[in-house]
Design a binder for this molecule. Structure first.
Ligand SMILES: *Cc1c(COP(=O)(O)O)cnc(C)c1O
Length: 372
């Protein structure tokens, strides 16, 4: 799905040098590599505080911990997402409340949120799925009206611009807190695990920094129960280099997406990804919907010809066994269930060659033409 080998070859001299610098200084935890990357990311995103941490799941967990919620408090999330978004809610003794998604953007349907808000609702966690933002304007209006916090799961959309009436804002910097992952295959990925939390709120930033460092306010003084979640220096050094190239990487992904769009437009039953006019799609995934085309057979046909394609995600969160205590499998989420059966993601990455794209497209054409 991604070609991290080719990407590394292009940036190898810079990356190897940066890693060597960390090794020679033997400052593996914190130090200048981490603070340097943190500052670059703060200015890139236009946020006041970036708190680096160990991975995207920890970022979500620390964000929720910082809100000081009580067991049984409710957190609204989509079910059509990677499991981490909803898993941390249950891990903290909170109750995930699943809301259906919009069939065009694949993101939480903001028109269905207000109906599930109760006196126990404390947070909304919209996910900017596949690289396209949820309707943040509506979500922030609702959150402000009801006094609820918003934590953006920005793991798939880092670098996306959201068009607010007041001007463009980077996704992850719109809600009270934003979270991201630097898992290697993400749009901004490191060479191991990594994550970060963003906020413009000084008090929340201080609290999240403390939580990510054993609840420590000063050395060996622990105010609250926290965890140990750090971004290591080698990963920060790699990320600093890749952050400077993120906009080019996004352009490369968008070019691949435009090529797929043009090619797939002529096939009945293929719905190419819709670009909402509220944000710039950064195409972490290129995900099409197939209607009347056997999705699983196309997936197998591509695999037989050496082409990966993936179903993100075959089982939505509300139907996962891990949430059986909440009885969520009976929640009515018709769009989520429909998309689960229709979606297929195609390879997309920053080093894609025209001949690779042509090969993938001709194999898709062979399959669809043979079916009709
Ligand atoms: C990748 C991802 C995460 C989790 O990130 P990790 O670094 O793997 O813990 C959370 N949410 C979404 C939407 C993701 O895509």
């Amino acid at each position: 799905m991604v070609d991290l080998v080719s990407q590394y070859q292009v940036i190898k001299p810079e990356v190897d040098q940066a890693i060597t610098t960390v090794l020679e200084a033997a400052q593996f935890i914190n130090g200048p590599a981490v603070s340097g990357f943190q500052e670059d990311l703060e200015s890139y995103l236009g946020v006041k505080h970036v708190i680096p941490c160990a991975n995207g799941t920890d970022a979500l967990q620390i964000a929720l911990m910082a809100l000081g919620l009580k067991p049984g408090d409710e957190v609204i999330t989509p079910s059509f997402t990677y499991i981490a978004t909803t898993e941390v809610v249950a891990l903290l003794g909170l109750v995930p409340v699943f809301v259906d998604v919009d069939e065009e953007t694949f993101c939480i349907d903001s028109s269905k949120i207000e109906a599930v808000i109760t006196s126990k609702t404390k947070a909304i966690v919209p996910v900017h799925l596949y690289g396209q933002a949820a309707n943040m304007e509506d979500i922030m209006k609702l959150a402000n009206k009801h006094g609820i916090h918003v934590i953006e799961d920005n793991a798939q959309a880092i670098g996306s611009d959201y068009h607010m009436p007041s001007g463009d804002v980077k996704t992850g910097g719109i809600g009270h807190i934003g979270c991201t992952s630097f898992f290697p295959s993400k749009n901004l990925g490191c060479y191991g695990d990594g994550g970060a939390i963003f906020t413009n709120d000084d008090a929340l930033a201080a609290q999240m920094r403390k939580i990510s460092n054993h609840g420590q306010s000063k050395r060996y003084y622990h105010d609250t129960v926290g965890c140990n979640s750090r971004l290591d220096s080698i990963q920060a050094a790699v990320l600093k280099i890749k952050l400077a190239k993120l906009d080019d990487y996004i352009s490369a992904r968008r070019k691949v997406a435009a090529h797929y769009d043009q090619f797939l437009a002529s096939f009945d039953g293929v719905i190419t990804p819709v670009r909402g006019d509220q944000s710039r799609h950064v195409f972490h995934q290129y995900t099409m919907r197939l209607i009347g085309i056997d999705r699983d057979a196309l997936n197998a046909h591509l695999a037989a010809n050496g082409i990966p394609s993936m179903i993100y995600y075959p089982i939505p969160a509300h139907r996962q066994k891990m949430f059986s205590e909440f009885g969520s499998e009976t929640t009515d989420l018709p769009v989520t269930d429909m998309l689960t059966r229709q979606v297929l993601s195609l390879p997309i990455h920053t080093e894609m060659e025209q001949d690779q794209l042509d090969y993938i497209c001709s194999n898709i054409a062979d399959f669809i033409n043979a079916q009709v």
